[in-house]
Design a protein around this ligand. Structure first.
Ligand code: PEP
Ligand code: MG
Length: 747
């Protein structure tokens, strides 16, 4: 088999060689290869034993004959009286009458049928399971040969459908903006052709058993509470994993494949492909869901076999667009940053941390692209549209031309934004502080480039999420110090650890919770397990020695929580003084306003805080009771609805009354129209993702804050779900940039 992979022949010779070899080595009278055509029929492409004149002439309609049946069911078929079989279809040009003993196996690649391999004998006899397994192994190698460039490109095979070739378009959600044109890299462990056949079967059996043991232990650990609570698989899925991981059928098929000479990895991939081919045909959504579980489990098993399989281990081509089921933030950071141009996910959500990291890196991320992994192949040309949430696989020339224009227009827009470096001022002279949200040190270079006024939200948990062990005090302090240094004399607001919900830190305390978004997260965890928070405050105080320290606490829902957090900070400051450490030159303490309750208890905290930062992502999820991570409901309610505007107005007025500086961070402040509305409601400071600073500044320079404020006041009682379209339509009349509003609103 190894020689076969290495022989340099043309496509047809390679297939002929293969049929000769199987016949001779396994003692079959006939061996034939049928490959799928674009029309869904199967074409005889090589044979040993049938009439050679029939090659490329004989075609079988879908489901026709025994070969068609193998293709339709995507499973092997054996019979010792082929001509008596009800599905038998006689093709005189092949001269196959005397060969009554028949075995056919599907040739599958990535769960897709690319052809059928058959073997026949004249003598009537039983076919052993081992013979079928051997042919399945050959079919697996064959699938790789067939999908390799030379067969797909050979002239006589031009009509074959061995690689997917149709253009496809997927509509998903735009989770990090931008446009990318590149080539697909499937982030799914895949075994290369040079690693299919085992050198040492016993060693492979042992590797498989060890990996299975590790897999079962990992699933058990997740079920017992470990990482599942932080946005990992749900309990139901974990239980399905456990069921599969102990399923005798699955395990037996894996072991059998290894016993027949495959490497452990190849065995897992083969069983995964077979399951995919079968379950994908099922009309029942329950089975299709179980297919996802089973595939995830197979992928986890492959990772146990090859622990080095990470983004960093994959050699990316230039302009790579990763296609994956889902990615964690650490995985996004693993890829070679110069080559990674975009990320397409079958799952994901806008405020997931993979999306936030993608935004930080300035690359588009589109999620909710169900089925994309099945339809894209490694190396396929792709266009990823992070403005409208689209993925084009193998786009037509027209689509490419349209995007070339859009990419050019976008970069012209970006250049224009880069010019907007001075302070942001509305047409009617209101000055607005525009700050940046960050969470990674690499983002800090953009502060100067974008002309932002500072960092209004530094998400400190990112360092924790990408680290396997708890970052030590000095490691934390080093990051905070570098952030402050990179900011120069611009202010930086550090938000203390906001873990929980979908934010996973491998070592952080956790619990299985029925509703993590409403559960034990952020300041709740910080106060209940004060060790972690105290440690972090100490690192922040140390890092800001001699400079100004701004620190704020997330998810405050009751005044006593703010007081307890403030006490903890004061205690750490006293301790640092006692130990003789240099203290920050000034300390400003902020409260994140992310729960509706605290908006009605402001007078109880104003004496212990220096500023407020409205975390609009969480505030809106709790205000509307709509999970921000759940695509089904996250866009159901609009922040530009009268009730939400009423809440923002109340917050702005309360802060004015107590003379507490207030800013808004979170995605609401990042969108030009929403930002304009917040300014009109009285907010004079906004903090947003780096890529939105240009568009928002552009909007600010073209809006009239007083006029928009009056327009909103006049329309607050409209019986509509959102004032958005009315506002856009009013344009100039509402103080917005008139006919150009669409252009400005686009990011
Ligand atoms: C928010 O909730 O608006 C916010 C800025 O915090 P995060 O998105 O990190 O939860
Ligand atoms: Mg928040």
């Amino acid at each position: 088999m190894r020689e076969l992979m290495a022989v340099q022949e043309n496509a047809q010779e390679r297939l002929d060689h293969l049929t000769d070899m199987i016949s001779e080595e396994a003692g079959w009278d006939v061996c034939s290869i049928y490959l799928s055509r674009k029309s869904s029929s199967l074409e005889l492409c090589a044979t040993h034993g049938l009439k050679t004149e029939s090659v490329h002439k004989v075609r079988l309609k879908p489901g026709e004959g025994l070969v068609g049946l193998v293709a339709r069911n995507a499973r092997p078929l054996t019979t010792s009286s082929a001509s008596q079989h009800p599905a038998f279809s006689y093709k005189p040009e092949t001269g196959e009458e005397p060969f009554d003993t028949f075995v056919g196996v599907p040739i599958l690649r990535g769960g897709r049928l690319v052809g059928v391999l058959t073997a026949q004998a004249a003598a009537k006899r039983e076919i052993s399971e081992e013979e079928v397994e051997t042919l399945q192994t050959v079919a697996m190698v064959l699938a790789e040969i067939v999908a390799s460039g030379d067969i797909a490109e050979a002239e006589e095979m031009a009509e074959l459908d061995v690689r997917q070739s149709k253009p496809e378009r997927f509509q998903g959600g735009a989770f990090a903006s931008g446009l990318a044109k590149g080539v697909a890299v499937l982030f799914e462990p895949h075994v290369g052709t040079d690693h299919l056949i085992a050198d040492d079967m016993e060693r492979e059996e042992l590797r498989l058993e060890l990996a299975l043991t590790a897999l079962r232990a990992a699933v058990d650990e997740m079920l017992e509470g470990g990482r599942g609570a932080f946005g990992g698989p749900t309990r139901e899925v974990l239980q399905a994993y456990r069921m599969f991981a102990q399923d005798r059928g699955w395990l037996e098929r894996l072991r059998e494949a290894v016993r027949l000479g495959l490497t452990a990895e190849a065995a897992v991939e083969r069983v995964r492909n077979e399951n995919r081919a079968r379950l994908m045909k099922s009309p029942d959504p329950y089975f299709r869901d179980r297919l996802h579980d089973l595939e995830d489990l197979a992928n986890r098993l492959l990772r146990h076999l090859d622990e080095a399989y990470t983004g960093a281990s994959i050699k990316l081509p230039d302009n790579a667009i990763i296609v994956a089921r889902n990615l964690g933030p650490a995985e996004v950071l693993d890829f070679d940053r110069d080559k990674l141009k975009g990320i397409a996910l079958e799952e994901g959500s806008a405020s997931s941390h993979a999306a936030i990291v993608a935004k930080a890196l300035g690359i588009p991320l589109v999620g909710n692209l169900e089925g994309a992994l099945d339809r894209a192949e490694d190396g396929d040309p792709l266009i990823l549209d992070g403005e409208f949430g689209l993925l084009h696989i193998r786009p037509t020339d027209d689509v490419v031309a349209t995007y070339d224009e859009r990419i050019e227009a976008r970069s012209a827009r970006q250049e224009r934004y880069a010019q907007l470096r001075g302070p942001a001022r509305t047409r009617d002279g209101r000055e607005v502080t525009v700050q940046m949200n960050a969470g990674l040190l690499i983002e800090m270079t953009q502060l100067e480039e974008l002309g932002a006024d500072g960092v209004g939200l530094f998400r400190t948990e990112f360092q924790f999420m990408v680290s396997d062990t708890l970052p030590r005090l000095d490691e934390q302090a080093t990051v905070y110090r570098s952030v402050l240094e990179a900011a120069g004399d611009k202010p930086v607001v550090f938000r203390t650890l906001d873990l929980g919900g979908d934010k996973v830190a491998p070592f952080a305390p956790s619990a299985v919770e029925p509703n993590p978004a409403l559960g034990w997260r952020a300041i709740r965890m910080g106060l209940d397990r004060p060790g972690l928070l105290r440690y972090q405050l100490r690192a922040l105080i140390g890092a800001a020695a001699g400079r100004s320290l701004r620190v704020m606490f997330p998810m405050i829902a009751a005044p006593w929580e703010m007081r307890a957090a403030r006490d903890m900070l004061d205690r750490e400051l006293r301790q640092a003084e006692k130990r003789g450490h240099e203290l920050p030159s000034e300390v400003q303490v902020g409260m994140m306003l992310e729960t509706p309750a605290i908006a009605w208890a402001m007078e109880q905290v104003v004496d212990i805080i220096d500023f407020v930062s409205v975390g609009a992502n969480d505030l809106m999820q709790y205000f509307f009771a709509a999970d921000r991570d759940n695509a089904r409901v996250s866009d159901r309610y609009d922040v530009l609805s009268p009730p939400a505007l009423g809440l923002f107005q109340q917050i702005s007025q309360t802060c004015q009354k107590y003379e507490i500086p207030v800013s808004v961070c979170g995605e609401t402040a990042s969108r030009p129209l929403e930002a304009a509305v917040l300014i009109a409601l009285g907010f004079q400071s906004l903090s947003m993702s780096a890529s939105n600073i240009g568009p928002v500044k552009s909007m600010i320079s073209q809006m009239d804050a007083n006029k928009l404020g009056t327009w909103i006041a006049d329309h607050m009682n409209e019986p509509v779900n959102s004032l958005r379209s009315m506002m856009l339509e009013a344009g100039e009349e509402a103080g917005l940039p008139g006919a150009a509003v669409d252009n400005v609103v686009k990011i």
